[in-house]
Design a protein around this ligand. Structure first.
Ligand SMILES: Nc1ncnc2c1ncn2[C@@H]1O[C@H](COP(=O)(O)OP(=O)(O)O)[C@@H](O)[C@H]1O
Ligand SMILES: [Mg+2]
Length: 319
C-alpha cells in the first residue's frame, strides 16, 4: 500500500482455516470433508463471488458463516464479531439456495411476517415493505393479492431477495441468486444487485454462472472439492495472460509468420496473436520495415480462467 492511500476499511468477513467434516451414514460412521481449510477476507462495500462446481462446498461455507451449520475447525468473524453474535445477525441478510416459502401466504403477508421476526415496529414495516417491493420490482397490488404458490420462479426469487433485505442489512449473502432463472429473471436480479452495490452494501454470493459473476463482482474466489484454489480481483486474475493481440502494417508473411498465430492478412495489414516477448517482436517490426498499429494484452474470459484453474489442479471438469 502506498503511504498516501487511505487505510483499508475493516473486513466485512474474515475466515481462518475453516473446515467442515459432515458425518453421514446410518451410524454416522462415514465422513465427508466438504471444506478443507478456507481462509479468506471480504472487504466492506465489495461484491465478492465464490465460484465453484456443484458439490464444491460453497453452501457449506455460507451456512457456517450464518451459524446454520457447525464448523469442525477454524475461526471466522462477521462484521468484526465472532460467529454467532446476536447483534450481527440483525445486520446480515440471506437468500438461501432454494428458498421455500409458506405458499398459502401472499408476498405481503410473508414479508410482514419476516419483518415481525426482525421485530421491526409497525410504522417502520409500513414504510419498508413498499420500498422493498419497489426495489425488487413487484407491485403492491400483486404482492397483496396473489398467493406465493401462484408466483413464477423469478418472482419468488425476488420475494426471497426482499426478505433478505427486510432489516436493511449491511452485508448480504446470496446463494446462487440467478440459478434456475430465465434471461429476464437473471437480468432483473443483476439490476437489484447493482442497486445494492450503489447503496454501499457488501455482497457475498455463491454462483456457478460465470458470466454473471464476471459482470458483477469485484473479487472472486474459486472453490473446488472443498479447497480454495485462488482469491483475487477479477482484473488481476484475468489480466495475467502473456498473449497480445497485434496489428501491423507492411512487411511480409515471412516476417510475421514466426511471431503471430494465427496470422491473417487484409491488404498490407496483418493481425494475429503474439505469444512471444513483445520487446523482441518490436525489433522485428523495425527490421521488417513494418509499422505497429496496436499491441494489446489479451484477457482470458472468466470461464477460461476457471476451467484452466481446475485443470491445473487436476480437478475433473466434466462432471
Ligand atoms: N448435510 C450434509 N450432510 C452430508 N454431506 C453434506 C451435507 N451438506 C452437504 N454435503 C456434502 O458436502 C459437499 C459440499 O456440498 P455443498 O456445500 O452443498 O456444495 P455446493 O454448494 O458448492 O454445491 C457435497 O459433497 C455434499 O454432498
Ligand atoms: Mg450450493
Amino acid at each position: 500500500m502506498s503511504q498516501n492511500s487511505l487505510p483499508s476499511p475493516p473486513a466485512a468477513l474474515q475466515t481462518w482455516e475453516l473446515r467442515k467434516v459432515y458425518r453421514t451414514g446410518f451410524w454416522l460412521n462415514q465422513s465427508v470433508e466438504s471444506l478443507k481449510s478456507c481462509t479468506l477476507t471480504v472487504h466492506q462495500g465489495e461484491t465478492f463471488g465464490l465460484l465453484g462446481p456443484n458439490g464444491a462446498g460453497k453452501t457449506t461455507l455460507l451456512k457456517i458463516i450464518l451459524g446454520l451449520v457447525r464448523r469442525t475447525a477454524g475461526r471466522a468473524t462477521v462484521l468484526g464479531k465472532p460467529l454467532g453474535d446476536r447483534a450481527v445477525r440483525q445486520q446480515i441478510g440471506y437468500l438461501p439456495e432454494n428458498p421455500s416459502f409458506y405458499d398459502y401466504l401472499t408476498a405481503w403477508e410473508f414479508l410482514d411476517w419476516v419483518a415481525g421476526l426482525f421485530r421491526l415496529p409497525r410504522a417502520v414495516r409500513q414504510q419498508r415493505l413498499p420500498q422493498l417491493l419497489d426495489l425488487v420490482g413487484l407491485t403492491q397490488k400483486t404482492a397483496k393479492q396473489r398467493k406465493l404458490r401462484d408466483y413464477s420462479k423469478g418472482m419468488l426469487q425476488r420475494v426471497g431477495m426482499a426478505q433478505a433485505l427486510i432489516a436493511d442489512p449491511d452485508l448480504v449473502f446470496l446463494d446462487e441468486p440467478m440459478s434456475g432463472l430465465d434471461p429476464t429473471g437473471r437480468y432483473r436480479m443483476r439490476e437489484i444487485i447493482r442497486q445494492l452495490q450503489a447503496d454501499g452494501k457488501t455482497i457475498f454470493f455463491n454462483s456457478h454462472i460465470l458470466a454473471d459473476v464476471e459482470e458483477i463482482c469485484d473479487r472472486i474466489a474459486i472453490l473446488a472439492a472443498g479447497e480454495l484454489l485462488c482469491v483475487g480481483a477479477i482484473d488481476e486474475l484475468l489480466g495475467t495472460s502473456n498473449s497480445y493481440r497485434v496489428r501491423v502494417r507492411g512487411g511480409d508473411r515471412e516476417a510475421w509468420q514466426p511471431w503471430l498465430q494465427p496470422l491473417t492478412a487484409d491488404g498490407d495489414l496483418w493481425h494475429g496473436q503474439l505469444s512471444g516477448d513483445p520487446q523482441a517482436f518490436l525489433s522485428t517490426v523495425d527490421k521488417a520495415g513494418g509499422q505497429l498499429l496496436s499491441l494489446d494484452r489479451m484477457r482470458l474470459s472468466l470461464e477460461d480462467f476457471f476451467l484452466q484453474t481446475l485443470r491445473d489442479r487436476q480437478i475433473d471438469t466434466t462432471r
